[in-house]
Ligand binder design. Sequence first.
Ligand code: FEO
Length: 187
Amino acid sequence: MLSEKMFEALNVQANRELYSSYLYLSMSYYFESVKLPGFASWMRVQAGEELVHTMKMLDYVASAGGRAKMLAVESPRESWASPVDAFQQVWDHERAVSGLIRALVGVSEAEKDEATKSFLQWYLDEQVEEEESSDNVLNLVKAAGNDNSALQAADAKLGQRRFKFPRGFEIFPYAASLGLTIGSLKR
Ligand code: FEO
C-alpha cells in the first residue's frame, strides 16, 4: 500500500497530465482556426498521448489500493500569435512537466516507495521523447518563419503523425480491437 502522500502527489500529477491534454486540444482547435490542419492533427495526437499519461497514472493509483481523483482542470489559453508561439509553449510546457516528474520521483524516494519509483521510470523516458519531439517541431516552424510554402510543407509533414497506444495500454480496448483509434474517425 502506498502512503497517502504518494497517492496525493500521483493524483495531482495525473491532473497536470490531463491539463496537458486540454492544452494540446486547445492548440489543435487554434490550428484548425488558422487553416493548418496538419498542425491541428499533430496536436490532437499529442492530446491523446496526454490522456494516456493521465489514465495510466490514475490506473496505477487505483490498482495500488488508492482512490483515483478527478481534480478540477485548469482552462488553457485559446489562441497564440503564431505557430512558433504555440510550439514554444509546448516545449516550455514539456520541460516543466519533466521537472514535475522528477519531483514526483523525489517524493517516491522520500517515502521509500521503490514500486512507484520504478513505475515513474516510464514517465521519465516518455519526457525525454516529448522534449525532443517538441524541440524538433519548434525548430521546424522557426525555420519556416513567415514563408507560406515552407509552412505548408511543415503542415503536411506534421499531419503524417499517427497515434499509437503504448505497449500493453489502451484507453478503449473494444474500439482498438476494431481498429478505431483517436483521430481515426475524423475526416
Ligand atoms: Fe505527459 Fe507531455 O507530459
